[in-house]
Design a protein around this ligand. Structure first.
Ligand code: ADP
Length: 741
């Protein structure tokens, strides 16, 4: 085989490159609808062009013959591939049964077999020879019988594929426009090419134009399928979904022209799909003119329509919704139609009826509940012992409960409704009352309580205590409501109580005054008695017998005791009437202690008790206070200690327990005080019952006066003791300066 280069093969090689790319690309994307068929078709075309290239460049007749028949493998199967592609792309793959594929492949297979052996059977080429065109030789052939069979068959497949595709494309709108254009080019290219070839209108009459046109076809198809990656599946999916829907779908443009309609809708209106696209809804829906009228300018609706079809009446559910562009511009409307058969209609009716009945029952139930709850509250309000009333924003009664009427002595609510609440208040309280509620209104105080006297219909005074709440509507006060009760008895009781308290206080004051006057008056004659008794004792009125001496001693002792009691009573009454005042000054605590020592140590020693005093070194040399009263306190405590101690010692310590405090401790080893009595001993006239208290005289006022004096000084007194274990009394006082220092 010898080959010779000729520039005619350049376009063929270019076509071959395109086809190889398409074949490869569609093979890789063979899951896309139609891609596998496209890939097979590309391979056929590739073989066809491949044979063509070698046929052209072959020098000898036999070489040209060999490649000339070889290319029939491609020639015979290209239309076959086209048909399969068209079927798949138009989503009718279910007709591609094994049987269908084998049957349709019979003629192409025979064509290939006959072509490869045409030298002997002469059914494809009956004769072939070298043809000279200038200095270029081509193979000239006369076609045999089978060639025409193949020819006719090929065009039949080509035509069928074209029809299938055009039908799909016809219904495709808008967004698929470029796919439509590409597919139209794909469909038309082989036809135009062939027409040109057979009519001899080509620049190269000896060059078969068909492979080129198929290259265009394959490229255009590839563009259509893969050029728009996002939509390559959509048209098919759309057809599949929309056409298999049971609901009818009609798309109208903004002028009411039908852009798209699916099979279900076409069936419902009973029109062929192809004949309605591009027509107005009025024309197409002529039998349904009342429906068209009803929805003419409606953008959005959900409704039921009934149309007459011959004898029959059919019902449809209609849904209308507007179609808008991404910019929100109105582009048309979508109409969805759902046929309602008798059963569905009945179901719908039942559902509606049931819903109404449910709703009715619910409303009834709510009303009953509401009425019940109203009744409950009415019962509570009307039977309440409390008065309950409402006023409008001005304060005029809008509601009064029976208790209000009863308390205020009115017979019917008509006598009160519309009247102002202030009219019922006691005149001297009206001004105050008005201020209280104006304040509540302005401040928006939720609730207030106020007591005031009111005047009943019989001109009697009743005291009322009422809780008043603002009635708010949307944050605005629209009135008041009050709940309250007749507190006249309570008020009277309170007044009586206050009166008796005042009386008791007065009596107590009188007692204290009496006590202090009496004790004060007693002290002068007591002084006289003591003076004369002492003169007797010193034999100022002549010498006394032994017996007389002992009597005078008794008189002196009793008078002394009486003086102590009178003094105590005076102190107590003064403290109680708060007329006792302290005389504070700077004093030396060591001096205080010395004075006590002088008066008390003899008494202790007489009983055989040790007597100790001690001052802590950190105690200030000067303290501010009432030294006489402090002395009185210490004498009381030390006197008790000596009195209640039989053996042992009595000890006084002055200390500074904290920087701002000083203390006086009186400790003894005496009988002690049971814990249960420790609180009582500070109350007036309280004594612990024991042999000593029984044997000794005592007023029971000493500790009471001590405690009150200590407290008057701003200090505290405490006792630590237990029976038979001695006692410790501690008085703690603040360290203070004279006022103004
Ligand atoms: P009285 O005049 O009886 O002493 P006080 O008020 O001074 O009255 O004391 C009340 C009582 O507290 C005393 O009667 C005594 O029972 C008890 N008491 C006070 N100090 C002591 C103490 N140091 N030891 C034991 N008992 C005491």
């Amino acid at each position: 085989m010898t080959f010779e280069y000729t520039p005619y093969i350049l376009p063929l090689i270019a076509a071959e490159l395109v086809i190889v790319s398409v074949a490869f690309y569609s093979w890789r994307h063979r899951s896309t609808n139609g891609a596998l068929a496209l890939s097979l078709m590309s391979i056929s075309i590739f073989i066809w062009v491949f044979g063509n290239i070698f046929e052209i460049t072959g020098v000898e007749l036999e070489t040209k013959y060999f490649w000339g028949v070889f290319k029939y493998i491609g020639v015979a199967f290209t239309p076959y591939g086209w048909l399969i592609f068209s079927i798949t792309y138009s989503d009718r793959a279910k007709i591609l049964t094994r049987r269908f594929l084998i049957l349709t492949a019979v003629i192409p297979t025979i064509t290939v077999l006959l072509a490869l052996t045409t030298k002997w059977n002469r059914l494809i080429w009956s004769e072939y020879h070298l043809d000279q065109q200038g200095d270029y030789f081509s193979i000239g052939v006369s076609y045999g019988f089978w060639f025409w069979v193949h020819f006719a068959y090929s065009y039949l497949l080509l035509l069928s594929g074209a029809v299938l595709l055009i039908r799909v494309l016809w219904r495709r709108q808008g967004m698929y426009r470029w796919q439509v254009v590409a597919m139209l080019i794909a469909v038309l290219a082989p036809w135009i090419g062939n027409i040109l070839y057979f009519t001899g209108n080509t620049p190269f009459p000896f060059l078969d134009f068909t492979p080129f046109t198929f290259t265009i076809t394959v490229t255009a198809v590839a563009w259509a399928i893969f050029g728009f990656r996002l939509v390559d599946i959509t048209p098919i999916a759309r057809d599949h979904v929309v056409d298999s829907m049971r609901e009818g779908m009609i798309v109208l443009d903004e002028r009411g022209y039908i852009l798209d309609i699916n099979s279900a809708a076409a069936r419902m209106i009973d029109v062929p799909i192809a004949s309605v696209i591009g027509k107005t809804a009025e024309v197409v829906f002529r039998p349904w003119s009342h429906v068209v009228e009803r929805f003419r300018d409606v953008m959005e609706a959900k409704d039921q329509i009934t149309v007459r079809e011959g004898e029959e009446e059919r019902s449809y559910e209609v849904r209308l919704s507007p179609l808008k562009s991404a910019e929100g511009q109105f582009m048309g409307r979508v109409i969805m139609l759902r046929a309602m058969d008798e059963e569905a209609l009945q179901q719908e009716r039942d559902l509606l009826e049931r819903r109404v009945q449910q709703e009715l029952a619910e409303r009834l139930h709510t009303q009953v509940l509401l009425r019940e709850s109203e009744e409950r509250f009415r019962q509570i309000v009307e039977n309440a012992n409390d008065f309950i009333y409402r006023t409008d924003v001005n304060g005029n009664f809008t509601y009064v409960n029976p208790s209000t009427l009863k308390i205020m002595g009115f017979a019917s609510e008509q006598e009160l409704l519309g009247r102002h609440y202030l009219e019922l208040a006691a005149p001297e309280y009206r001004h105050k009352l008005k201020r209280v509620y104006e304040h509540q209104f302005l401040r928006k105080t939720k609730s207030t309580y106020y007591e005031f006297p009111a005047v009943t219909a019989d001109q009697e005074i009743v005291w009322l205590g009422q809780n008043v709440q603002l009635i708010l509507d949307d944050g605005q006060a629209v009135g008041f409501q009050a709940v309250g009760r007749d507190i006249t008895e309570l008020k009277q009781a309170q007044e009586a109580l206050a009166l008796s308290r005042d009386q008791a206080l007065g009596a107590s004051r009188f007692k204290s005054q009496l006590l202090s006057r009496v004790s004060h008056e007693l002290r002068t004659p007591l002084g006289g008695i003591l003076g004369y008794a002492e003169l007797l004792q010193y034999n100022a009125f002549g010498s006394l017998t032994e017996k007389q001496h002992s009597i005078v001693d008794n008189i002196i002792e009793s008078t002394n005791y009486l003086t102590v009691i009178v003094n105590d009573l005076l102190d107590e009454s003064q403290i109680e009437s708060r007329s006792l005042s302290l005389h504070n000054e700077y004093f030396n605590p060591a001096e205080l202690l010395e004075k006590i020592r002088n008066t008390m140590s003899m008494l202790a020693n007489k009983k055989g008790l040790a007597f100790h005093t001690e001052i802590a070194p950190d105690l200030p040399a000067e303290l501010y206070g009432d030294m006489n009263r402090l002395q009185q306190i210490l004498i009381n405590l030390v006197g008790n200690s000596i009195k209640f101690t039989k053996t042992g010692e009595v000890r006084i310590n002055l200390k500074r327990p904290a920087p701002a405090l000083w203390s006086m401790e009186v400790r003894d080893t005496g009988v002690g005080i049971p814990v249960s009595d420790q609180q009582n001993i500070f109350e007036p006239f309280r004594q612990v019952s024991n042999s000593i208290t029984r044997e000794n005289r005592g007023s029971g006022l000493g500790l009471a006066i001590t405690k009150q004096l200590v407290e008057l000084m701003g200090g505290k007194i405490k006792v630590e003791s237990s029976a038979e274990a001695g006692s410790l009394f501690t008085i703690t006082l603040p360290i203070t300066n004279a006022p103004g220092e």
